[in-house]
Design a protein around this ligand. Structure first.
Ligand code: NAP
Ligand code: HSE
Length: 425
C-alpha cells in the first residue's frame, strides 16, 4: 500500500491557485479522507515571474515532463485550459500510468472518448467533474446514479459568464461592462469569446449528452449560437411577453435521433430556469426512471470549481492508495444527430418594416405559405417613422422558418429582420 500521494498541478491561474490553496489549507482533512498524507509535489506555470496569490515558489517548474513523467507523482491535475498543449500533457500523463483530474471541457469534449479508452487501458482514472457546472455534481450522477435510466433530455444553463451577462442586460446594463465584470470575478474563459459565442456551452453539452445518452456527440455537431446578437430591445419585448432570455443548452434523445443545440432562448418567466440568475447554472435532466431532476449551483468561479476538482483528487487518491483501477465508461456512437433544419420549436422574430397598409398581411402570407402559424403580434411605431414588428409563432420546423425569413427579407416593405430567437415553453 502507498504511504503517501503526490500531486502534480499544471496551471496556477484562477482555478489552479484556489486548488493549491485549499490543498495546503485543508491538507489534514484531505489526508484523513484518503488515509495517507497527500501533498503537492510540482506546479507547472508559463510565467515564472508572475505574482501569485499562493506561496509555492519552490514547487514551480516550467518543464511539463517534470510532472507528466515524474515517477514520484501519482495524480496530475490539469488546470491550464485550451486544447494544446493540455491534450498532449494529459495523454502523456495517462500513458505514464498517472491518474488525471481536469477541468478542461474543451479537451474532454473533443478527446474524451479517446482519453477515457487510454485511461482504461492503463488502469487509471480520468476525472473531469469540474469541467461542467463548476461545483455542481453532474458527471458523477450521470455516470453512476442514473446509469440504468434512459435519459430523454438535458436542458441546461451551463455557462456562468453568459448567464451573468444576460442577467445584467435584463436589468438594463450594457454588454461590455457586464463582460468586464464577469472577467474580474474570474468566471470567463482565458479567451472569453469561448463563452460569448456559445462554444463553452457546446463543449459542456457534448460532455453531458455523451454521458447521459451514452452516445458520443462531438462538440462540432452541436448547433451553436452565442449571445452577441442580442439587443436591449429583445429583453424589453421578452419582458412584455412574459418571457426572459437565457442561453440554453438543449439535448434530446427521441425518435431514434439525438438533438444537441445551444442558442439564446425565450423561456417563460414562470419557469424554474428563468429564476437562474448571475453565475448560477442549472441542469434539468429527464430520465425514464428518475423523472425530472434539477441540479443547481454556482457554475463558475475559483471556489466552486476547486470544490469539484478536490473531490476528484480525493477520489483519484483513494484509488492510488487502494490500488483500484479507474472507472470505465461505456460509450457508443449509434444514434444519428437530428439535422437542425428538422428541429421543431416556437420562434420570436423582430423586424423593422414600412408603416403602411398591407405590410403585416404580406408577412403573414409568407409565414402561412411556409406552414408557420402566428401566435401573437406586437407592432410599435419608431421615431424614424417605420414600424417595429414582433411576431411570436406556434411550433414550426426550423428549416421552414429559415426559408420564411429569407422570403420575408425579400419583401420590399421589410427594412430589416433584427432578431430571430427560439422559444421553449
Ligand atoms: P487561467 O486563470 O487563465 O489560468 C491558466 C493557468 O495555466 C495559468 O497559471 C497559466 O500560467 C497556466 N498555463 C496556461 N498555458 C500554459 C502552458 N502552455 N504551459 C504552462 N502553463 C500554462 O484559467 P482558469 O480560469 O483557471 O481555467 C483553467 C481551466 O479550468 C480551464 O480549462 C477552464 O475552462 C476551467 N474552468 C474554469 C472555471 C472558472 O470559473 N475560471 C470553471 C470551471 C472550469 P501563468 O499563470 O504562468 O500564465
Ligand atoms: N467560463 C466558464 C463559465 C467557466 O463561465 O461557465 C466554468 O466552466
Amino acid at each position: 500500500m502507498k504511504e503517501s500521494v503526490s500531486i502534480g498541478l499544471m496551471g496556477l491561474g484562477v482555478v489552479g491557485s484556489r486548488v493549491a490553496q485549499v490543498l495546503m489549507e485543508r491538507r489534514d482533512m484531505i489526508s484523513s479522507r484518503v488515509g495517507v498524507p497527500i501533498a503537492l509535489a510540482k506546479v507547472l506555470v508559463r510565467d515564472p515571474h508572475k505574482k501569485r496569490s499562493v506561496h509555492i515558489v519552490p514547487l514551480i517548474t516550467l518543464e511539463s515532463k517534470e510532472i507528466t513523467q515524474n515517477p514520484v507523482i501519482d495524480i496530475v491535475v490539469e488546470l491550464m485550459g485550451g486544447e494544446d498543449p493540455a491534450t498532449s500533457y494529459i495523454r502523456e500523463a495517462l500513458s505514464c500510468g498517472k491518474h488525471v483530474v481536469t477541468a478542461n471541457k474543451e479537451v474532454i469534449a473533443k478527446y474524451g472518448p479517446e482519453l477515457l479508452a487510454l485511461a482504461a487501458k492503463k488502469g487509471v482514472g480520468l476525472l473531469f467533474e469540474s469541467s461542467v457546472g463548476g461545483g455542481i455534481p453532474l458527471v458523477y450522477p450521470l455516470t453512476r446514479e442514473f446509469c440504468l435510466d434512459r435519459i430523454e433530455s438535458i436542458i441546461a444553463i451551463i455557462n456562468g459568464t453568459t448567464n451573468f451577462i444576460l442577467t445584467q442586460m435584463a436589468k438594463g446594463a450594457d454588454f461590455i461592462s457586464a463582460l468586464k465584470n464577469a472577467q474580474e470575478l474570474g468566471y470567463a474563459e482565458p479567451d472569453p469569446q469561448n463563452d460569448i459565442q456559445g462554444l463553452d456551452c457546446a463543449y459542456k453539452l457534448s460532455i453531458l449528452a455523451t454521458l447521459g445518452f451514452r452516445n458520443i456527440i462531438h462538440p462540432h455537431e452541436v448547433y451553436t449560437e452565442g449571445i452577441s446578437k442580442l439587443r436591449p430591445r429583445d429583453f424589453e419585448y421578452a419582458q412584455e411577453l412574459g418571457y426572459t432570455i437565457k442561453l440554453l443548452s438543449i439535448a434530446k434523445d427521441e425518435g431514434g435521433y439525438v438533438e444537441a443545440r445551444v442558442h439564446p432562448t425565450l423561456i417563460p418567466q414562470s419557469s424554474s430556469l428563468a429564476e437562474v440568475d448571475g453565475v448560477y447554472n442549472a441542469v434539468q435532466v429527464q430520465g425514464d426512471l428518475v423523472g425530472k431532476v434539477m441540479f443547481y449551483g454556482e457554475g463558475a468561479g475559483a471556489s466552486p470549481t476547486s470544490s469539484a476538482v478536490i473531490s476528484d483528487i480525493i477520489d483519484a487518491a483513494q484509488k492510488v492508495v487502494r490500488e483500484v483501477k479507474g472507472q470505465t465508461i461505456d460509450l457508443r456512437q449509434e444514434k444519428p444527430l437530428r439535422p437542425m433544419g428538422e428541429v421543431r420549436t416556437r420562434y420570436y422574430l423582430r423586424m423593422r418594416a414600412e408603416d403602411k397598409p398591407g405590410v403585416l398581411a404580406q408577412i403573414a402570407q409568407v409565414l402561412g405559405d411556409n406552414e408557420i402559424s402566428i401566435s401573437s403580434v406586437i407592432q410599435k411605431e419608431t421615431s424614424s417613422g417605420s414600424a417595429e414588428l414582433v411576431i411570436m409563432t406556434h411550433i414550426a420546423s426550423e428549416g421552414k422558418m429559415r426559408r420564411a425569413i429569407q422570403e420575408i427579407e425579400l419583401l420590399p416593405s421589410v427594412l430589416q429582420i433584427e432578431s430571430f430567437i427560439r422559444v421553449e415553453d
